[in-house]
Design a protein around this ligand. Structure first.
Ligand SMILES: [Cu+2]
Length: 358
């Protein structure tokens, strides 16, 4: 069972990466051909339009011109409810046949502050500081309900965005990032087992490890249409000081956007994510009690569909021009979880961004 899951997961990852890479290279080469033959595709990609930034749920989607700074704030709300084993929904009673406690639902809120700076047009530096709040509700075999909460700083991330292609209204950049273990993995709360209990893996605020964040991003524009894709990963380096490391993650997303006016665009996006199980285990957690404490019931694959709206101020006084507000809402269309594991129901992103040049 385990072997089947891993091999099919790998095959799917391989297929998605190959498709996206093929998409990138065929689009670049066909754009070059069109440009030579018709001269309609010979402009540079431009960030100065509402869809000049990707849908707000995508990070590290764009680079800046020399000397530009950008401040950003994002708010994410994610709702999870009900459990799955594989692609099948299972009832609380079914989970309680095997465990003493089942999670019933979970809400995650994240405030993320970001700063970007481009010393040259070929390299943009990006720092992101998240503040996370998590709440999880549970049901026990005895029929009692309880809630646990955790709140605080998440893992701080630094990324270098290296532009490697900028022509024919298209851009490609490499994302080279690192995540620092600033988020707590020692969060505790009261449970029926007693006060001040170590919370299970999904309630912790960070990974506890240094993580590599590699990726590649492709962007294109044609008249009022734009599109892009990003393939990225999270690779955990070593074990944390509670003797485990979270599973590696893989993410592939692609979107299209349409400028209705020079101040508003709408977007449609698909996002495939895949994450592994936990290596090692936290000695303070007992996997027989609740599925969230089992390191082998954490992996999964999910395909999300997201709809977005970007607003942009194209002209005006210097502190108003360049302001952006964006919203994106999405829900899964496919989920395959090593479960019982809480399934994702929907995600909402709100964001504000402001770029300027001294
Ligand atoms: Cu930016």
């Amino acid at each position: 069972m385990k072997y089947l899951y891993n091999s099919s997961g790998l095959a799917v990852k391989f297929a998605v990466v190959t498709t996206l890479l093929l998409m990138i290279f065929t689009t670049i080469s066909s754009a070059q051909t069109w440009s030579r033959s018709t001269q309609t595709f010979d402009q540079k990609w431009s960030g100065g339009r509402p869809d000049g930034h990707a849908p707000i749920g995508v990070m590290g989607d764009h680079t800046h011109n020399t000397g530009e700074f950008m401040l950003s704030y994002r708010f994410m709300l994610m709702d999870m409810g009900g459990n799955r084993i594989g692609t099948n929904r299972v009832s609380n009673q079914r989970v309680l046949e095997d465990f003493m406690v089942t999670p019933t639902d979970m809400q995650t809120q994240m405030h993320m502050f970001g700063l970007m700076f481009a010393p040259t047009s070929y390299i943009t530096f990006m720092g992101m500081v998240p503040y996370v709040k998590k709440e999880m509700n549970h049901l026990t075999r005895m029929g009692t309900r309880f809630k646990t909460e955790a709140e605080g700083l998440g893992d701080i991330k630094f990324t270098g965005l290296i532009k490697i292609f900028d022509n024919y209204s298209q851009r490609v950049h490499i994302n080279a990032g690192m995540s620092f273990p600033t988020g707590s993995i020692d969060k505790k709360d009261a449970t029926p087992a007693g006060p001040n209990q170590q919370l299970p893996y999904p309630m912790q605020l960070g990974s506890g490890t240094f993580d590599l964040l590699p990726g590649i991003t492709y962007l294109g524009q044609y008249k009022t249409l734009s599109w892009g894709s990003q393939v990225s990963g999270v690779i955990r380096l070593g074990d944390n000081d509670r003797d485990y490391s979270l599973g590696d993650q893989f993410d592939a997303t692609a979107w299209g956007a349409w400028d209705w006016f020079n101040w508003v665009s709408t977007s449609y996006r698909l996002d495939w994510s895949s994450w592994g199980n936990i290596d090692g285990e936290d000695p303070a957690l007992n996997p027989a009690v609740v599925p969230t404490a089992d390191p082998n019931l954490r992996g999964g694959d999910r395909l999300d569909m997201l709809f977005g709206l970007n607003f942009y101020v194209p002209e005006g006084p210097s502190f108003i021009k360049g302001q952006r507000i964006a919203v994106e809402f999405g829900f899964p269309v496919f989920q395959d979880l090593d479960g019982p594991q809480l399934e994702s129901d929907w995600v909402l992103w709100l964001g504000w961004q402001y770029a300027w040049k001294f």
